[in-house]
Design a protein around this ligand. Structure first.
Ligand SMILES: [Zn+2]
Length: 76
């Protein structure tokens, strides 16, 4: 490695919104970072469905369109 061109590569701690923490290494200046989703809680890894819809956008949409949007079209 050449001198003085490489950033410092240090141990950091990652804290997820689900409470999971784990250690990794990074060149960022901080010694810890926060993430919203990690391998411990992402649906891809847990196999469970998870709703990230905290603002209730789906409900808002359903209210606005009166639920008919999701109903199956009836034959005339
Ligand atoms: Zn997580």
């Amino acid at each position: 490695m050449r001198d003085k061109i490489h950033p410092k590569y240090t141990d950091i701690e990652v804290t997820c919104a689900c409470g999971e923490t784990y250690k990794t290494r990074s060149t960022i200046k901080d010694d810890k970072i926060r993430v919203d989703i990690c391998a411990g809680c992402h649906p891809f890894y847990t196999g469970k469905q998870k709703f990230v819809d905290s603002a209730g956008r789906v409900e808002k949409f359903q209210k606005k369109f009166g639920g008919s949007y999701f109903a199956k079209p009836t034959k005339k």
